[in-house]
Design a protein around this ligand. Structure first.
Ligand code: AHG
Ligand code: MN
Ligand code: MN
Length: 336
């Protein structure tokens, strides 16, 4: 057998990069102008810059707190601030971006205002998810959601406050043992891995499907006693049924495992966070779109899809139950 990686790839079919994949998908959409492709390209460059920062964090002394709280009242890490700036600078340079909203900015950032801005987009993101894991070299990520901009909306909120079902694209980047870019533009879920030697994201899986069942749950069980009763009953049932528990505490890392291996991820209401902790528009919605596109389910409560929630605030929080369809059904059955 040859040790030459190119030889191996030769036999595995064409080499497809994220960039060429996006252009291919664009050609399938009648009337597509390429605007979305340019935005995705800026997200891919941002991901490479942030991946490099994350990998060198201790060497470049950018670990630790930035000394301020964000709009959620949570401690900002230096890398939260740096990643946010990278995304704002990259997206700000793309003509197709009208408004950007970030976990780290209280107000949306208006990039382009002219009312003739038909065909532009809003990009919402969590620049660095799971950032409390940085100091211990744990997996962190970037989550993004892309919506069509309404140039006739009265203000930025008016354009941004759309339900998740209106997303035109969503995805995340996991800065883990490798850097992984997972994307949907509404035609299934595709996965890319950064080849650091080449500097490009390479397609490794097209049309990813999450297993329909897997006896595994992912939840912060430290909060168990303050979960609504149905969640506690579900956990009793799952433990009696021999389920495994897996929880990183970084949504991107936890959801990535569920996308590939199956199981259910939950962040229920707690005493500390009665409406749930996770943010609807840039955490729950993009993950819900990906999971549904991969054949799974994503609910805020039994019978209520994450993607159907009409947001009233860009930073609003929501309970989340998502993952393998059978496993989400088991949770919902216990919630009654
Ligand atoms: P962020 O770092 O962007 O604030 O997000 C952290 C989130 C999410 O990644 C994770 O699922 C959750 O917080 C973990 O919360 P607990 O530590 O309460 O389990
Ligand atoms: Mn987050
Ligand atoms: Mn974050």
């Amino acid at each position: 057998m040859s040790a030459d990686p190119l030889h191996t790839l030769d036999h595995a079919g064409p080499i497809v990069t994220l960039q060429s994949h996006v252009l291919q998908q664009q050609s399938l959409i009648p009337g597509a102008t390429g605007t979305l492709s340019w935005i995705l390209s800026s997200l891919s460059i941002s991901a490479k810059i942030i991946a490099n920062k994350v990998r060198c964090a201790r060497l470049q002394d950018v670990l630790g707190e930035a000394g301020a709280d964000n709009v959620q009242g949570e401690k900002q890490q230096k890398l939260d601030v740096i990643s946010n700036a990278v995304l704002l600078r990259l997206l700000g340079g793309r003509d197709g971006v009208a408004i950007v909203a970030s976990e780290e900015n209280e107000e949306p950032v208006i990039i382009r205002k002219d009312p003739s801005g038909e065909g532009r987009y809003c990009v919402l993101f969590d620049p660095l998810d799971g950032s409390s894991n940085l100091d211990v070299c744990g997996g962190v990520g970037t989550i993004f959601s892309i919506l069509r901009h309404d140039p006739h909306a009265a203000d930025a909120q008016g354009s941004l406050l759309q339900p998740g079902s209106a997303q035109v694209a969503a995805g995340y980047v996991l800065y883990g043992s490798s850097t992984v870019f997972v994307l949907t533009v509404g035609h299934g879920v595709d996965m890319f891995v950064l080849d650091p030697a080449v500097g490009a994201f390479m397609l490794v899986e097209r049309g990813l499907r999450t297993p329909a069942a897997s006896r595994s749950y992912s939840v912060n069980e430290g909060n168990r006693r303050t979960f609504p009763e149905g969640y506690q009953k579900y956990l009793d049932w799952a433990q009696d049924s021999g389920y495994s528990s897996r929880y990183v505490g970084s949504m991107v890392a936890d959801v990535h495992r569920i996308l590939l291996k199956g199981g259910v991820f939950m962040y229920p209401p707690t005493k500390k966070a009665p409406a749930g902790k996770l943010r609807l528009m840039y955490e729950a919605n993009p993950m819900a779109m990906l999971i549904e596109q991969a054949g799974g389910k994503a609910l805020v409560a039994p019978g209520r899809r994450v993607l159907d929630v009409q947001p009233t605030d860009i930073h609003e929080r929501t309970p989340v139950i998502l993952g393998s369809s059978d496993e989400v059904d088991h949770v919902a059955a216990h919630l009654g």
